[in-house]
Design a protein around this ligand. Structure first.
Ligand SMILES: [Zn+2]
Length: 184
């Protein structure tokens, strides 16, 4: 059920880099709110209007551009244990390299995205990071005990469901401390 891009695909977020590329090592901070096409993974989807916040730094290399930073999304989904509606914010890291088309054939640029003229398109990068940020198996709460904890206990990190009842502890339940008698 991964229909990440659908028919519309990622938006074009074209950023001019001519100025940045005058000198290798120059950096430029970039904050953008980007409206993505509906993005959905198995357990969750982008909330509301499908907005992603990109908080990136572009740095010029001698033969390209590095984009690094984070993409933050708000998501909605169903809890994997109780199936209740849940949601939240999550963040994915971005580290992407854009290189000049001239050395597209070289091994070194394998996996790099192209610098197109004087610009780079951050749309696919932001889109892919938003997909990665979406939780595949969300929880409404880390301690969620499922829809019917008394009948179908769910293992949680805090309290493993499989833990057998130790008969030695049962004896403690029988003990009664009568505070009223103390000190008299
Ligand atoms: Zn839950």
């Amino acid at each position: 059920m991964v229909e990440a891009s659908g028919a519309t695909g990622p938006p074009v977020v074209r950023i001019g880099v001519a100025e940045l590329r005058r000198r290798p090592g120059q950096r430029r901070e970039l904050r953008r709110e980007v409206d993505l096409a509906p993005v959905e993974v198995a357990g969750s989807a982008l909330a509301g209007d499908g907005r992603a916040e990109a908080d990136l730094v572009l740095e010029s290399l001698s033969d390209g551009i590095v984009a690094s930073g984070t993409v933050t999304v708000e998501w909605v989904g169903s809890c994997r244990r109780c199936l209740g509606a849940t949601g939240g914010r999550s963040v994915a890291d971005v580290h992407e390299i854009f290189k000049d088309r001239a050395d597209e054939q070289g091994d070194a640029s394998a996996g790099a995205l192209p610098v197109e003229g004087d610009g780079v398109d951050l749309g696919p990068v932001i889109h892919d990071a938003a997909v990665l940020a979406l939780p595949l198996a969300p929880l409404c709460d880390p301690g969620c005990r499922g829809p019917v904890p008394d009948v179908l206990p769910v293992a949680t990190p805090e309290e493993p469901a499989e833990r057998p009842m130790d008969p030695r502890w049962a004896a403690l339940d029988e003990l009664r401390f009568d505070e009223g008698d103390r000190g008299s």
